[in-house]
Design a protein around this ligand. Structure first.
Ligand code: KG4
Ligand code: ZN
Length: 333
């Protein structure tokens, strides 16, 4: 069988990543230069700094990915890259670099939507599930419920109307005085708290659509903290984290499984940074077992942004002849 080697490139936010994947299934290398520490002192990603760092890292990271896979650029059959959504300046660095490499090598350029990439983080060591399947992508930039009827295509059936799930974790963590990214910190604190200690609202839970809204939940947590402070009550931060985390997970679980009934699908694929959350994984698994649904979630290290998932998605697109021209442009949303 002919081997197909894809170089994946991901620069949509604050991670510069390059990966080499063989036949969509075998991860030969996945190199990530994280800028987390650089942005931490600002409490979030600073776009201008992010794009400058991508420019510094992109060549080095791609070379490292090739070296680790013991390959050279001439072994590559296609270059998969993210044109969006993401930060414009950051995306431009990865896309311009990928275009130049594809042009010089006369190899196909494959644009992979970043959200779609998160779905494929699940399939690096397994067969693709049968279509149709549903996917929930929950990250710092996105909360999207997707219906995949055909590999290489996706329909957005619901998304957040305001903040993304990960963004809410980050904002609450910042309010509580913790570092960025807030998700892992809140998860750790939540382990020591009771998730039924405080009732926080679950906005849009019973809406007719599959959209999400988290800004009201954020406001409720902030008001709770302010009121307790005004009353001079000591606040158990672990209880706040556990109760807030439970509210987010309840919304995500409820809406996702409502969609499985509506679209009559038997498989749910989870992805994105927030999918690394243990409580979220447990709750999805519990509900899936009850409803006899097969659930996929990626290895933790592939939940957050990486180029392996982009290369994997790129392979399946190339296999189906879905490639892009050099006119491919970046898009932010
Ligand atoms: O997918 P990702 O790396 O970037 C985007 O595409 O946005 O996701 C990063 C987000 C951050 O908001 C971070 O707080 C969140 O994922 N996150 C978590 C956990 N680990 C990362 N949220 C909750 N629990 C976690 N364990
Ligand atoms: Zn992402």
């Amino acid at each position: 069988m002919k081997e197909t080697i894809i170089l994946g490139i991901e620069t949509s936010c604050d991670e510069t990543s390059a990966a080499i994947v063989k036949n969509g299934r075998y991860l030969l290398s996945n190199v990530i230069a994280s800028q987390t520490e650089i942005h931490q002192k600002y409490g979030g990603v600073v776009p201008e700094i992010a794009s400058r760092k991508h420019m510094e890292f992109i060549m080095i990271i791609c070379q490292e990915a090739l070296d680790k896979a013991r390959l050279t650029l001439h072994d590559i059959d296609g270059i998969a890259v993210v044109p969006g959504p993401g930060l414009k300046g950051s995306l431009l660095v990865g896309l311009s670099f990928a275009k130049a490499v594809a042009f010089a090598l006369e190899k196909p350029l494959i644009g992979v939507n970043h959200i779609e990439g998160h779905v494929y983080a699940n399939f690096l060591d397994k067969e693709l599930p049968e279509t149709p399947f549903l996917s929930l992508v929950v990250s710092g930039g996105h909360t999207s419920l997707l219906l995949i009827r055909e590999i290489g295509k996706l329909e957005v059936i619901g998304q957040t109307r305001d903040d993304a799930a990960g963004e809410i974790f980050d904002k609450i963590a910042k309010y509580l005085g913790f570092n960025y990214p807030g998700g892992p910190i809140i998860e750790e604190l939540a382990k020591k708290g009771r998730n039924d200690a405080i009732y926080f609202p679950r906005p849009l839970l019973n809406s007719d659509d599959f959209d999400f809204s988290f800004s009201g939940l954020k406001t409720a947590v902030i008001y709770f903290m302010m009121e307790e402070k005004a009353k001079d009550n000591p606040v158990n931060v672990s209880n706040v984290c556990a109760s807030f985390q439970k509210a987010i997970i309840d919304i995500l679980v409820y809406k996702t499984f409502k969609a499985t009934r509506m679209f009559k699908v038997k498989t749910v694929v989870i992805g994105g940074g927030v999918a690394a959350n243990e409580s979220l994984r447990k709750e999805f698994l519990k509900e899936a077992q009850k409803k006899k649904i097969t659930i996929y979630y990626p290895p933790k290290k592939l939940c957050t942004d990486n180029a392996a998932m982009i290369a994997c998605a790129g392979f399946y697109k190339l296999e189906r002849g879905i490639i892009d021209s050099y006119n491919l442009e970046v898009f932010t949303k």
